[in-house]
Design a protein around this ligand. Structure first.
Ligand code: C5P
Length: 223
């Protein structure tokens, strides 16, 4: 079983996807880390994340087992990630790894939760459960500032909001695998939900989708 969790930055999809995986005994893959690691590898090599040659070389050389998540959480990594992510050859290079994880989750898990931007639309279009987790950009910017402060970093809300709008625009406008809900995704707006509320909503939606089977999956749904 595969659960696809997509949505924009700081909508709460990472926490939600990790908790869902934990509760349901599934493996978890944060696909944003693959793009973040690729973007930062380009910068570390003195390259330009907007340059297709530099970015594709970094994506092809990426060793997913060597990724250090904590070093990739910053806004600089998010910015580099969204630049390399707009390059079709980079997406193609990272696609097989993601599909392999979903097909054969590690440690004998019976399924996987993948979170990203295009899991339901491109990576795992046949996933029986697809969630699109979103929230207003102002709410997401406020959450990101809180996260930064909790990590002891300075976060100026107006600046974070501006960067988030720029990243949303880049992710939504790109020609390949743009950030859009899959046709059969359930949209979960977390603007007015706390973590438990979002988890409760997601578990209810996932359960309903699994019980409904393929015939219950037509058209986008909003809760
Ligand atoms: O989810 P996260 O914020 O870590 O993703 C960083 C960037 O990586 C996103 O802004 C997006 O450009 C890119 N990304 C993507 N497709 C995915 C996951 C992430 O394009 N499946």
């Amino acid at each position: 079983m595969t659960i696809a969790v997509d949505g924009p930055a700081a909508a709460g999809k990472g926490t939600l996807a990790r908790t869902l995986a934990d509760r349901l005994g599934l493996a978890y893959l944060d696909t944003g880390l693959l793009y973040r690691a690729t973007g930062m590898a380009v910068r570390a090599a003195g390259g330009d994340p907007d340059n297709p040659g530099d970015a594709e070389a970094a994506a092809r050389a990426l060793d997913p087992t060597a990724i250090e998540p904590d070093a990739l959480r910053g806004e600089d990594a998010g910015d580099a990630a969204s630049r390399v992510a707009a390059i079709p050859a980079v997406r193609a290079a990272l696609l097989d790894q993601q599909r392999a994880f979903a097909r054969q989750p590690p440690a004998g898990a019976r399924g996987a939760v993948l979170d990203g931007r295009d899991i339901g639309s491109v990576v795992c279009p046949d996933a029986p459960v697809k969630l699109f987790v979103t929230a207003s950009v102002e709410t997401r910017a406020k959450r990101r500032v809180l996260e930064l402060r909790q990590r002891g970093q300075e976060g100026i809300e107006s600046r974070v909001l501006q960067d988030m709008k720029a990243r949303d625009a880049r992710d939504s406008a790109r020609g390949v695998a743009p950030l859009v809900p899959a046709d059969d995704a359930v949209v979960l707006d977390t603007s007015d939900l706390d973590r438990d509320g979002a988890l409760f909503g997601a578990l209810a939606l996932a359960g309903a989708r699994l019980r409904a089977g393929p015939q219950g999956m037509g058209g986008p749904h909003t809760s």
